[in-house]
Design a protein around this ligand. Structure first.
Ligand code: PAF
Length: 283
């Protein structure tokens, strides 16, 4: 497994693999890896011959009052985890390598997909994500890129960007990995106190309840959204950012379930903002 810190270095490694006829799989991450990331890497390992993981805490997707400086970082541990898969190369560039000088180009994102859900309380976040992912795609030139479905809005934005801008790769969403008690894995879970972590279980409970009600025939998404909100609001440590049921593709609010919808939420426990979601579908 190679640790590569320069754009030229990773280009050379990927070019050599491609010349050898290998299919390139790519898992972009911000590091502090957990089982969710390992699952993405394992999926990439199964499907591809040369797997690249990027570890880069991208400053352009953090707002001024967000946790860029305190975002957890541990390269030694991340390398061990990558080695356990194993992957072929870790791309770990510096901020100066990725953003030399002042850039004046940012990726365009579909506003319809970014004004609601996390986009409403994180202005500029998805522009930052789309920009760094475009740069990473241009650097690594993968055949398939793997993303966790836990970041459902990110997946929707990237799928749409790849389609609209004719990027020559496949985007592969991978199901959310959960702790045995239901908490979705996240690098931010380490910020939670034991009480907050216990309280945060209400998130997966509310999603399960939504899926159960749909299975029992519920199609009124306004009523279901309110039931989810009420369940979460009853948890004293939970501070709701949003609880929404939206159309799966357009991410626009939906009042009746027809086809596929996304139940998505963002809730703060103390200073820690957690997100989670599930797909609701009929038929
Ligand atoms: O999901 C993440 O960790 C990040 O948003 C990504 C895709 C690596 C871009 O920085």
């Amino acid at each position: 497994m190679q640790l590569i810190e320069t754009i030229q270095g990773i280009r050379d490694a990927v070019d050599a693999a491609r010349k050898a006829g290998k299919k390139i799989g790519f898992v972009p991450t911000m590091g502090y890896l957990h089982q969710g990331h390992l699952t993405l890497m394992q999926e990439a390992r199964k499907e591809c011959d040369f797997v690249v993981v990027s570890i880069f805490v991208n400053p352009t997707q953090f707002g001024p009052n967000e946790d860029f400086d305190r975002y957890p970082r541990d390269l030694a541990r991340d390398m061990e985890l990558c080695g356990s898969v194993p992957v072929d190369a870790i791309f770990h560039p510096s901020v100066a390598e990725m953003y030399p000088g002042t850039a004046s180009t940012t990726s365009v994102v579909v506003s319809q997909l970014t004004t609601g859900l996390c986009g409403a309380s994180r202005p500029g976040h998805f522009e930052g994500v789309a920009t760094v992912v475009t740069k990473l795609f241009n650097i690594v030139k993968p055949d398939v890129a793997f993303f966790g479905q836990k970041d459902a809005q990110q997946v929707a934005v990237i799928r749409r960007m790849v389609l609209d801008l004719n990027m020559d790769l496949e985007v592969r969403p991978v199901s959310t990995v959960r702790e045995p008690d239901g908490l979705a894995l996240s690098s931010r879970n380490i910020y939670l106190t034991p009480e907050q972590r216990q309280g945060a279980l209400v998130l997966s409970r509310s999603l399960r309840m939504a899926q159960e009600r749909v299975a029992a025939g519920e199609r009124d998404m306004t009523a279901l959204q309110e039931a989810m909100r009420a369940m979460i609001a009853a948890e004293p440590l939970a501070n709701i950012d949003y609880v929404s049921i939206v159309d799966y593709d357009s991410l626009q609010p939906t009042t009746r379930l027809e086809g596929k919808a996304l139940a998505a939420l963002a809730v703060r426990f103390g200073k820690t903002r957690l997100i989670d979601n599930c797909i609701l579908s009929v038929g």
